[in-house]
Design a binder for this molecule. Sequence first.
Ligand code: TEU
Length: 567
Amino acid sequence: PDQPAWWTRAVVYQVYPRSFMDSDGDGIGDLGGLLQRLDHLEDLGVDVVWLSPIYPSPQADNGYDISDYQDVDPLFGDLTQLDQLIAALHERGMKLVMDLVVNHTSDAHPWFLESRASRTSPKRDWYWWRPPRPGMAAGTPGAEPTNWHSFFSGSTWELDEASGEYYLHLFDRRQPDLNWENPEVRQAVYAMMRWWLDRGVDGFRMDVINMISKDVTPDGELHDGPPLPGLAYGDGSASYLCGPRIHEFLQEMHAAVVAGHESTLLLVGEMPGVTVEQARLFTDPARREVDMVFQFEHVGLDHGVSKWDHRPLRMRDLKASFGRWQAGLAEAGWNSLYWDNHDQPRAVSRFGDDSPRYRRDSATCLATLLHLHRGTPYVYQGEELGMANAPFDSLDDFRDIESLNHYAQAVAAGEDPAQVLAALRRTSRDNARTPVQWDASEHAGFTTGKPWLAVNPDHVRWNAAAQRRDPRSVLAHHKRLIALRHENPVVALGDFTMLLPDHDDVYAFTRSLDGETLLVVCNLGGHEHRLAGLLPEAVGAELVLGNLPDGPPAVLRPWEARVLRPT
Ligand code: TEU
């Protein structure tokens, strides 16, 4: 058979540039800052950097609203610095993956300006323009073409007064959706992607790429979705998640952009709501679509009716979910593995225990669990330091459009402001976006100016400089995990078998390849467990890597993780 792809052995590090490192004192991270911190990434041992958007943008959604796909926003630097970044990473043996945001553009993109200019514009059909609901006047409540609720609150339709028509935006009104039904749109996107590959980038992380195909009738009609409890709008996701032409579009993109470069590139599709069965289709190499997808099942397990409605996580559900994904993509396809990214609260606060007693141990336990699965692990900036959720005081401390819109909508609908604020504190994306904690100095070494989002005050104790000196740090542990994957083919390629599926705290599995087996045992809780009764084979096994100092072999301590070689 073919050689396994290089990314089976790789670890990806996500940089959210706004919060990574500021080189010019404006309080916002930039490419100059990233260039200054490449030693950190090289030392950690990661293979790929995924860079969140740096393109020109009005920054309504921190760069996920792009007004020019082929340049760099002056906020972050310029194309020369981007070329320097590509060269510097390649020199150090690392690759660069760019964020590709092509479900929507900014409303300031020239394509949209032209599209909105008139009903007869040649680019009118590049976006989703629709008249009001039949028999209703434009602008009256309920006159929107469909009842869909936007990810960022309110309707997905914005009325353009000048033409009397609405345009579709699944996210903010400043992020109009491109119409992928139009072949010119698709060709323009593919040409742009080829331009970046020619510049030397090594792949793409494709933002909400399973939303590009909408379920539209031949005469252009879109359908209402079921009502959402407590909201004025409904759930349109059946019309835009993995729509009827999604596989066709991705195969077409692959043929137009990727063909011939498969062996060096990385293509990862971000796909909210994707099922294991769908993911297998997207990632089966024979189908030539993408290499792996970001699925959302495990990060939805503590959500109730919405992400703002918290329900306690049961570790057993987490095991069942990961176990199903491991099994579902065992024969064909590939998993991406992540706890954190710029949209999720911090893992140590959410899945671990960020109290002083267990913060280090739970962060290293969670990392061990993730990195020992079959798939490609993603480390989000600061995760390797055990960065935690932020102590937001009041609404003024938040910056994210999703959080601010949700607060306004929920409070207007009569919810208790204190409770809405509590939900933001737990779940806001801003938890992930506080500046990286480089050292104990005033702004954590991130900037000499005033950070755009406050630095977490815990940086005096939790920072990279301190952890570099400490062999037991979360950082040092990540280095060991990454090295283990590089050195040991069983970590990259071994079969996965879940053990003890019904245990509430102990997460155990084996990885096996060519006669070699690793046994991984993690305690996802604050109580000891006796191994003798649970997994006797673990007791006498050789320790390959653990997260706690030596202790009694027969007892698994709170948040202990062991990678073992059974004898
Ligand atoms: O996110 C897509 C997405 O559906 C969620 O992760 C999103 O964060 C939403 O708020 C869930 O509540 C991607 C990007 O990662 C995100 O930062 C962008 O805001 C979004 O697409 C729009 O481009």
